[in-house]
Design a protein around this ligand. Structure first.
Ligand code: PLP
Length: 393
């Protein structure tokens, strides 16, 4: 592998890691990028080689140089023991949970988790004999009161999907470890550029690589990174379940990662500008963005994060459904759709499902992903939408 760490001594910056990690030009005729490897069968020359499993990749499902390129970039950024690329963000979440619990165990999941995380826990883990409970995302050290002798995992997502509560990860990690459980963190929003959960005590970090890593809305992928202690379980469950990500997809994830830092900076600045502007709009009751000083978790955000993402929420004044339709149906620049992280801006109404801490906002909640269109065009599109909302309300 290309050695980019020698030279100046000390740790390279994240920008240097993003541009140099995972590359091996000398192994591929000098070409800059690891090419797309497609393959199932790996060949062995002799019986001795076969018995010694002498190839670096034994069989296609074990990975290939293209998937390994992504894995080394992400692992370097997260500071993990090892990382595996998997077919989706949800696959990363389900592998991480299954790596920690078995029948008879208990898992605590934040009430603010991404909905498919809940669906997997309720509809797969529970029928497999795992007890699933939810906790208030702002519980912090109070989590200790919920821990049981059979609690093996605590799942956090910070900030939370749709509602943007920031979680006290060091406090959660301490409670989890005091009780022999692992902390799993979904770090899709901040990326390892702005939050490093393993440094804050987490054991496993998962990403919807589909979002910021890929950055162009054209690939589904996920990553799982773990500490040395947790890695054998993660690696075993991934292999047993047969998850594999193709070289074609891996190539695009690596390509996206190379520009992650400059994209994140642009997303951050644009999202903040629009979030601040929305705070002054009449129809907007609340802007849910952890980097705004009046966000309830802003202190934790400042302590643990070094930047903010592209995605935030707004709560509008209560209105008829027709007003919400008038808002979203005629937008010219923002498009409506699930997912986020691409170059294009999205605006989607969100339905919050809570079982521990009810969501109390009366008006509609919208989730905005700010892409790379002109900021003034985005503001004009939102201003027109707000005007239609006022008229129809
Ligand atoms: C989208 C998303 C996921 C799932 O990622 P997929 O690649 O779509 O499976 C997980 N967590 C969060 C926070 C997400 O936004």
């Amino acid at each position: 592998m290309h050695d980019y760490k020698n030279g100046k001594g000390g740790e390279p910056s994240v920008e240097t890691v993003l541009t140099h990690a995972g590359r091996a030009p000398e192994e591929q005729f000098g070409f800059v990028n690891t090419p797309v490897f497609r393959g199932s069968t790996v060949l062995y020359n002799t019986l001795a080689d076969l018995e010694a499993q002498k190839q670096r990749f034994l069989y296609g499902r074990a990975g290939n140089p293209t998937t390994e390129t992504v894995e080394s970039i992400v692992n370097e950024l997260e500071g993990g023991h090892a990382t595996k690329l998997v077919p989706s963000g949800l696959a990363a979440i389900t592998i991480a949970l299954m790596a920690c619990v078995k029948s008879g165990d208990d898992v605590l999941i934040t009430d603010s988790a991404y909905e498919p995380t809940r669906a997997f826990a309720d509809q797969f883990l529970v029928p497999m004999g795992v007890s699933v409970r939810y906790y208030d995302p702002r519980i912090g050290a109070g989590l200790a009161e919920l821990m049981q002798p059979n609690t093996r995992a605590v799942f956090a997502e910070s900030p939370g999907s749709l509602t943007f509560e920031v979680q006290d990860l060091p406090a959660l990690a301490k409670v989890a470890h005091d009780h022999g459980a692992r902390l799993i963190v979904d770090n899709s929003w901040a990326t390892p550029l702005y939050l490093k959960p393993l440094q804050l005590g987490a054991d496993i970090v998962v990403h919807a690589a589909t979002k910021m890593f890929v950055g162009h809305s054209d690939v589904l992928a996920g990553t799982i990174t773990a500490t040395e202690e947790a890695w054998p379980d993660v690696s075993r469950v991934r292999a047993l379940l047969g998850y594999f990500s193709s070289g074609d997809d891996a190539y695009l994830v690596a390509r996206g990662l190379r520009t992650l830092s400059i994209r994140m900076k642009e997303h951050e600045a644009r999202a903040l500008e629009i979030a601040n502007w929305l705070q002054g709009q009449d129809e907007v009751v609340q802007v849910l963005h952890p980097a705004l000083p009046d966000h309830p978790d802003h202190e934790i955000f400042k302590r643990d994060f070094t930047g903010s993402g592209s995605l935030f929420g707004i709560v509008l004044k209560p209105a008829r459904r027709e007003a919400l339709a008038a808002f979203v149906d005629h937008m010219q620049i923002f498009a409506m759709g699930f997912s986020w992280g691409g170059y294009e801006s999205l605006c989607v109404p969100s339905k919050v499902r809570r079982t521990v801490h009810p969501w109390s906002a009366e008006g509609p909640l919208l989730r905005l992903h700010i892409g790379f269109e002109g900021v003034d065009d985005l503001k004009a599109d939102l201003a027109a939408a707000l005007e239609r909302y006022t008229e129809a309300r």
